[in-house]
Design a binder for this molecule. Structure first.
Ligand SMILES: NC(=O)c1ccc[n+]([C@@H]2O[C@H](COP(=O)([O-])OP(=O)(O)OC[C@H]3O[C@@H](n4cnc5c(N)ncnc54)[C@H](O)[C@@H]3O)[C@@H](O)[C@H]2O)c1
Length: 238
């Protein structure tokens, strides 16, 4: 019998990442979570790693592979929200921080996994956002970082297609996770969001996980794509 596929899920201890972990376990994968905090399920593999630290990421991938075999599936779902203030009140450091976490973090872990594949086919899914498609108020740090993740998907996809590595992304719309609950607590107008949303509600993390795992595991001829999973948000008014 062949060994189970080994997947890393960054940010797998909360929200969308945790839902991806559950879906991948259901699909029979071995899963290792990379996060600052441990996953709720102590049976799931876990390496504490700050995704902004290049050396920590390299050591974490090596440890995960030593524990559970070569990683051929990667979901990059760690992240932080932006400062959610007008651009004129935003510090350049806020932008640097968002790029570091979302863009440099995704780039580093994806390269580290791909470098170690030695010819094995693999699949990567990055998490962008609907803020990568349109202008949003108070999102001048988060939106451009997520647009960079969307672009990174295309760049890595064409470079790594000859290696047999597919790279895709999902662009979630508003999803009920700690990140969004935190925004709502700071006064974010969720009723206005639901009113504008064609499907009329926020998504559940499991609804993101099913699309992420479709791209990761099933869509064997799709690469370089970013799929909005947004209840129709990005096509309103088109
Ligand atoms: N929730 C939404 O509505 C929404 C919408 C669009 C995009 N996204 C994106 O989806 C991804 C997951 O978001 P979520 O809503 O599940 O958030 P979440 O806050 O529930 O989970 C994020 C996880 O990332 C981890 N993390 C943060 N910084 C880290 C770092 N430097 N190193 C390691 N781990 C780190 C946190 O500890 C946490 O467990 C993020 O990239 C987010 O930007 C979310």
């Amino acid at each position: 019998m062949s060994e189970p596929v080994h997947a890393i899920v960054t940010g797998g201890s909360s929200g969308i990442g945790a839902a991806v972990v559950a879906e991948l376990l259901h699909r029979g994968r071995r899963v290792t979570v990379f996060d600052l905090q441990p996953p709720a399920d102590p049976e799931v593999g876990y390496v504490r790693v700050d995704l902004t630290d290049v050396d920590e990421v390299a050591a974490a991938v090596a440890q995960a592979e030593q524990d559970a075999g070569v990683v051929t599936e990667l979901v990059v779902s760690h992240g932080i929200r932006g400062a959610y203030v007008p651009a004129l009140e935003m510090s350049p450091d806020a932008l640097r921080r968002l790029y570091d976490v979302h863009v440099v973090g995704a780039f580093t872990v994806a390269c580290e996994v791909t470098r170690r594949l030695a010819g094995r086919p693999a699949s990567v899914v990055l998490i962008s956002s609907t803020t990568a498609y349109r202008g949003w108020v108070n999102q001048a740090d988060y939106g451009p970082a997520k647009a960079a993740v969307r672009q990174l998907t295309e760049n890595l996809a064409i470079e790594w297609a000859p290696l047999g590595v597919r790279v895709n992304a999902v662009a979630p719309g508003h999803t009920r996770t700690a990140m969004v609950e935190d925004l709502i607590d700071s006064g974010y107008d969720v009723a206005a969001v639901e009113q504008r949303m064609p499907l009329g509600r926020l998504a559940a993390p499991e609804e993101m996980a099913s699309s992420i795992c479709m791209l990761l595991c099933d869509s064997t001829f799709v690469t370089g794509q970013c799929l909005p999973v947004d209840g129709g948000w990005t096509v309103v008014g088109k």
